[in-house]
Design a protein around this ligand. Structure first.
Ligand code: GDP
Ligand code: IMO
Ligand code: MG
Length: 427
């Protein structure tokens, strides 16, 4: 049984959580493979409304196993809070597994994230300030601590000593008093004591599930345009949201990955700094933000809004090997008389490109627009493609042609059942 990846095809917040929650009803396993609690995946279902930061969005299926993979960075305090938050609504978390190789995200990393952003001044990334950059930096520098290390107090102490030496040097440069070893270590040991039953080697589990033909979904965090290698560097996160990282961050051979669902809004949003060519300003900006309730799930920041960028989406389709698209928030465009799609980038010298360009040029390009008439009909209660207004069908069909893969799922509201499934999509 091949693995299905569900990944962001834009700048993040595409509605991945909502799509995973729906598809996870029929899944046996749901895995988060990268990122940390910078994620805010909104799920609205019979249990309530949730903004999941670390828990996989399959947590609401009592029969599914949920895995936080080795490629993630885990703030244990946030994870434990999140477990409590879902458990009070009756959700069962006994099938939650965190790989022992996942790195700890320490409270000090949050503080460093804030200090680094401040020091960057005008060049700040606009991070979520959750400590993601420092956590991955310490991992790559091999001075991080992994969850499994906490099983062995003597070994954990040694590892934390290494982390502390690096932290001390960093704090010194900011003139901030570093913590003591005990202040660093003891709270983490206490948190680990609560989480320990969930921390395992997930390799044999995953292998067993895949060999038994179980339905496995891997859930990406953020979107392709904020990928560390392929996004709008430096305005990116410190991990790889593209689907190619899913086998690495989860621990399964890459040839299992055959179905990749790219999630994209019918328009685009971004939080944080950096080039965003289709950005809308003025009255329409405010209107679209209100219509889409575009405020960050993790930070509450107003999201930047823009039109659908077919160049960026096509780039994401290639990078993640996207085989089908899920288009979300179609309903948000219901009241707009005209809708635009960006089909190319015009460079300052007048040349038009339909390929992604480097971030320096991306901040200077003029989008080449196509203008599409709106449909001016409420779509929230529509459940079949045939019932969509013809202008909405044309708009979506145009996206399919431009991006080159079929749209198999269309979301018309935040709730689980507010969607249209298309089994035999054209293209
Ligand atoms: P994620 O990070 O990719 O999971 O996306 P977020 O949860 O950060 O942002 C998506 C937002 O749009 C959330 O507030 C969802 O509840 C909401 N949402 C998702 N799909 C739809 C939809 O089809 N229509 C509307 N109106 N809202 C949606
Ligand atoms: P989900 O999974 C939207 C953005 C930040 C910033 C950049 C780096 O909900 O789509 P980081 O804190 O990761 O170092 O910030 O990435 N960012 C997100 N934007 N959705 C997210 O997650 C994001 N996670 C990080 O705004 O621009
Ligand atoms: Mg989000």
């Amino acid at each position: 049984m091949p693995v299905t990846a569900i990944v962001g095809a834009q700048w993040g917040d595409e509605g991945k959580g909502r799509v995973v929650d729906y598809l996870a009803q029929a899944a046996d396993v749901v895995v988060r493979y990268q990122g940390g609690d910078n994620a805010g995946h909104t799920v609205v279902n019979e249990y309530g409304k949730f903004q999941l930061h670390l828990l996989p969005s399959g947590i609401f299926n009592p029969n599914a196993h949920c895995v936080i993979g080795a490629g993630t960075v885990v703030n244990m305090e946030i994870l434990l809070q999140e477990i409590d938050r879902v458990e009070v609504t009756g959700v069962i978390t006994r099938n939650l597994w965190v790989d022992q190789r996942a790195h700890l995200l320490l409270p000090d990393y949050r503080q460093l994230d804030v200090l680094q952003e401040k020091a960057l001044g005008n060049n700040a990334i606009g991070t979520t300030k959750r400590g993601i950059g420092p956590a991955y930096t310490y991992k790559v520098a091999r001075v991080g601590v992994r969850l499994g290390d906490l099983r062995y107090p003597d070994w954990a102490r040694r590892r934390f000593q290494v982390t502390l030496e690096r932290l001390q040097r960093e704090y010194n440069t900011y003139g901030v008093e570093p913590p003591t070893l005990d202040a660093l270590l003891e709270p983490q040991l206490a948190l680990f004591a609560k989480l320990a039953g969930h921390v395992v080697d997930t390799v044999p589990l995953l292998r067993g599930w895949l060999q038994a033909n179980k339905e496995v979904i891997v859930e990406g965090q953020l979107g392709a345009m904020r990928d560390l290698d392929w996004g709008v560097y430096p305005y990116v996160t410190s991990s790889n949201p593209t689907a190619s990282y899913a086998p690495v961050g989860t621990g399964f051979p890459s040839n299992y990955l055959q179905r990749v669902i790219g999630v994209a809004k019918a328009y685009t949003t971004a939080v944080g700094a950096g080039p965003f060519p289709t950005e809308i300003s003025g009255e329409l900006e405010t209107e679209l933000r209100q219509l889409g309730q575009e405020f960050g799930a993790t930070t509450g920041r107003p999201r930047r809004v823009g039109w659908f960028d077919a160049v960026a989406a096509r780039y994401a389709v290639w990078l993640s090997g996207i085989t089908e698209l899920a288009i979300t928030k179609l309903d948000v465009l219901d009241s707009l008389p005209e809708i635009k799609i960006c089909t190319g980038y015009k460079l300052p010298d007048g040349k038009v490109l339909t390929e992604m360009v480097d971030p320096y040029l991306l901040s200077q390009v003029e989008p080449v627009w196509e203008h599409w008439p709106g449909w001016l009909i409420l779509t929230r209660d529509i459940r079949r493609w045939e019932d969509l207004p013809v202008n909405a069908q044309r708009f979506l069909s145009r996206i399919e042609t431009l991006v080159g893969v079929p749209i198999t799922l269309i979301s018309v509201g935040p709730e689980r059942q507010q969607l249209i499934l298309r089994q035999s999509a054209p293209v």
